[in-house]
Ligand binder design. Structure first.
Ligand code: ADE
Ligand code: ZN
Length: 318
């Protein structure tokens, strides 16, 4: 089986419906029954409703040990699919919303990474993220805690959330703080925003990768720029199809971006919401884009080269 690496997955978005129900029951956390469909899967109708469902499910992760378990559970599933490296987005804002400190939240995730490494050999790292629709003030607060609390597993800073809210320049203080402290950064752009949203990110934020960036396909000059500058794209075809951006795998521009010379990677984003996994993304890409094992191995190498971890670890993984 081809070894895999993942750069774009939201830790709070990896918790399965079963795990969310278990944590809610253990913690006595109120859980809106409308969070689930009758088949037990997460219930949401469009991207914005997905974000609401995600917030409700994330609110069941209440303790440091819950974060350990969510992290361990996800990395165990990845290891079964022959993933060797996973960079996970953590959201201190979601932890703070249930009363958990930055340090507790981070400690839980780090413990999950340690347990998974011991048991399966898989390597996990953390990208601390802010949430765009929570606004620039909260983002700066996350960045301040991020730079004040270095941890060997925390390798970068990023932002997810609703790309239609605010402007990238509003988040420049947060991103610049992270960048000036020596961290690499990534931002969700070109998912529900078009090429202009990608350009705005590149012009206003010190990003070295793009979360999604898929809609660069709509602007050939931008595609060329991304290829020439070697800015890796954290592509997530299953996510884009589930949220209605593209009709199916064949309609997704993964292959076209790859053929245009962009550095492409494969990612699951929020696997239980989008009925996917890192293994499924690799399998579907192989089938729909006619990729050989060598092509898939190159995608894994792209991800490891684009990872935010240190060079010694990359050497070990490559
Ligand atoms: N947060 C979790 N998943 C996300 C996605 N696909 N886009 C933006 N923000 C997110
Ligand atoms: Zn994402």
């Amino acid at each position: 089986m081809v070894k895999k690496a993942e750069l774009h997955v939201h830790l709070e978005g990896t918790a399965t419906p079963a795990l969310v129900r278990k944590m809610a029951a253990q913690n006595g956390a109120p859980l809106d029954p409308k969070t689930f469909k009758s088949d037990g899967e997460f219930a949401w109708t469009d991207f914005w409703d997905f974000l609401r469902c995600y917030d409700k499910a994330a609110a069941t992760i209440l303790t440091k040990d819950d974060y350990r378990l969510v992290t361990y559970d996800y990395l165990a599933r990845c290891a079964q699919e022959e993933a060797i490296y996973v960079e996970m987005f953590s959201s201190p804002d979601h932890a703070a919303d249930v009363g958990m400190s930055y340090v507790e939240h981070l400690g839980g995730i780090a413990a999950g990474i340690d347990d998974a490494k011991k048991e399966f050999g898989i390597v996990g790292r953390i990208i601390v993220t802010c949430v765009r629709h929570f606004g620039p003030e909260r983002a700066l607060n996350v960045a301040q805690q991020f730079v004040a609390t270095p941890h060997p597993y925390v390798v970068g800073f990023g932002m997810g959330g609703d790309e239609a809210q605010f402007h990238p320049k509003d988040f420049a203080p947060a991103f610049n703080l992270a960048s000036e402290a020596g961290y690499k950064t990534t931002n969700h752009a070109g998912e529900f925003g078009g090429p202009e949203s990608i350009r705005a990110s590149l012009e206003n934020l010190p990003v070295s990768r793009l979360g999604h960036g898929v809609r660069a396909i709509e602007d050939s000059a931008l595609m060329t720029e991304l290829a020439d500058r070697g800015i890796p794209l954290e592509l997530s075809p299953g996510s884009n199809i589930a949220t209605g951006l593209y009709k199916d795998r064949r309609a997704h521009p993964f292959k076209a971006l790859m053929e245009a010379g962009c550095i492409v990677t494969l990612n699951s984003d929020d696997p239980p919401y989008f009925a996917t996994s890192i293994g499924h993304e690799y399998d579907e890409a192989a089938r729909n884009y006619r990729l050989s094992d060598t092509d898939l191995e190159n995608i894994t190498r792209n991800a490891i080269r684009a990872a935010f971890c240190d060079d010694a670890l990359k050497e070990e993984l490559l």
